[in-house]
Design a protein around this ligand. Structure first.
Ligand code: PLP
Length: 426
């Protein structure tokens, strides 16, 4: 969008520094990347607002980071494990690059019950954002890629970095060579696949960041069929699966035929509050083959061995505890807490007569302001209520007219935000 592009150009120009230079040319793919203008721009606007109104008690509903403490049954296990590293019997160094066997097995059995996921198909990692980039490294620069529009920025950014995309088109806000699959209320946040071009790879996130929409079984059946017909690979991101309340599938492997066409990335970040601890995993089924019949899982294993040396053993001990009976119970109560926050926000926007989506199967509420630019809505909300949101255009051109509101926050903050919105906004 115009603001984004203008900021991008300024940031790029401002970053040039006078001084002794090396003879190394900048990677042209990095030059193509928007300099992550969204959050710095939000921060700059927040600072400007606080300077103008020094007494303002600014509330941020913009963050996608967890706020509630990790249940102590999990931290206790991690701390015991960490202390045992100081003993001869408890010390261990490098572990398996693919992850600790017990954790791989627990993920396969407890998170994919009856879905035939094997422990050897689960690769434990330091989080799904890192896995997305490693998958891009696996796929290389020659593949064509589709993303939902709007979408979590890591898919496009990693695609640009690896060299799959051409230049950003300032008029459309889209990269050449990337297929943007529009997901809006009119199509129930699911792309019209009859009009979508074939690509090698389809990044698909459900429940979705930012729209909060969880794809239904029927929608996912269409997606898998589309991938099978086109011989594409789906990279399915379930970072928010723990938030699913209704009957929407929690894994792409609930759809028959998905094992031949889909990789799944997931994370302990938003269920266990592990955004700082760092732990995720990727499933690569044995049946997923390249055009020459070579199994993708062998290459992914190679990537993990070469570009990653295994997740922190302390984090993995915590991950295993997350999947114990007590751990699961503790996590569910945290997730429920954020879901109640989301419901408060959803009700707040609905009571203002606005169409608000998501919030039921995800910790994000996606609010529609028809005909308005999302940065203008962001500014108006900040001006009137001292609340920070995220302008939807930051997630792609399909996010224009929307703002994203996050349900991560302490209850009293969410209630205060709700009161302000109800009494000050509109
Ligand atoms: N995928 C989605 C859709 C996300 O929203 C996020 C984080 O916000 C991630 C992945 C990153 O997760 P992790 O903390 O495991 O890297």
């Amino acid at each position: 969008d115009a603001i984004g592009t203008r900021t991008l150009l300024n940031v790029q120009k401002d970053a040039i520094v006078c001084g002794t230079r090396t003879k190394v040319a900048r990677n042209p793919n990095m030059e193509r990347l928007p300099n992550n203008y969204l959050f710095p721009e939000i921060e700059a606007r927040q600072l400007e607002h606080e300077k103008k109104y020094p007494d303002a008690q600014v509330i941020s509903l913009g963050i996608g980071d967890t706020t509630e403490p990790i249940p102590d049954v999990i931290t206790k296990t991690m701390s015991d494990y960490a202390l045992s590293l100081s003993t001869l019997e408890g010390y261990s160094g490098y572990g398996a690059e693919q992850g600790n066997k017990a954790l791989r097995l627990a993920i396969a059995q407890k998170l994919y019950p009856d879905l035939a996921v094997k422990d050897t198909e689960v690769f434990v990692s330091d989080g799904s954002q890192c896995d997305i980039s490693r998958i891009q490294l696996l796929l290389g620069s020659k593949v064509t890629v589709a993303v939902q529009d709007p979408s979590f920025p890591a898919y496009i950014d990693s695609s640009v970095i690896i060299g799959q995309a051409s230049d950003l088109q300032p008029t459309t806000g889209k990269y050449q060579n990337i297929e943007y699959m529009k997901c809006v209320p009119q199509n129930n946040f699911f792309p019209d696949l009859s009009n979508a071009s074939r690509t090698d790879v389809i990044f698909f996130c459900s429940p979705n960041n930012p729209t909060g929409h969880a794809a239904s079984r029927e929608q996912l059946e269409q997606l898998v069929e589309f991938a099978r017909e086109n011989g594409s690979i789906i990279v399915y991101d379930t970072a928010y699966a723990a938030y699913i309340t209704d009957k929407s599938p929690r894994s792409i492997y609930e759809i028959p035929g998905a094992r031949e066409v889909a990789i799944e990335v997931s994370s302990f970040s938003k269920s266990a509050g592990f955004t700082g601890v760092r732990l995720g995993w990727t499933v690569v089924p044995e049946e997923l083959l390249y055009s020459d019949g070579f199994p993708v899982v062998h290459d992914y294993n190679r990537i993990m061995c070469t570009c990653f040396n295994g997740a922190s053993n302390i984090a993995q001990a915590g991950g295993l505890e997350c999947l114990s009976t007590e751990g699961v119970r503790a996590l569910c109560s945290k997730v429920d807490y954020y879901k109640e926050n989301a419901q408060i926000l959803l009700d707040t926007f609905s009571s203002l007569g606005l169409k608000a989506y998501g919030g039921v199967n995800a910790p994000y509420v996606w609010v529609h302001f028809p005909g308005r630019r999302s940065w203008d809505v962001f500014s108006e909300i900040l001006q009137k209520t001292d609340i920070i949101t995220v302008p939807g255009c930051g997630f792609g051109p399909g996010g224009e007219e929307f703002i994203r509101v996050g349900a991560f926050g302490h209850r009293e903050t969410i209630l205060e935000a709700s009161t302000r919105l109800k009494s000050l906004f509109l």
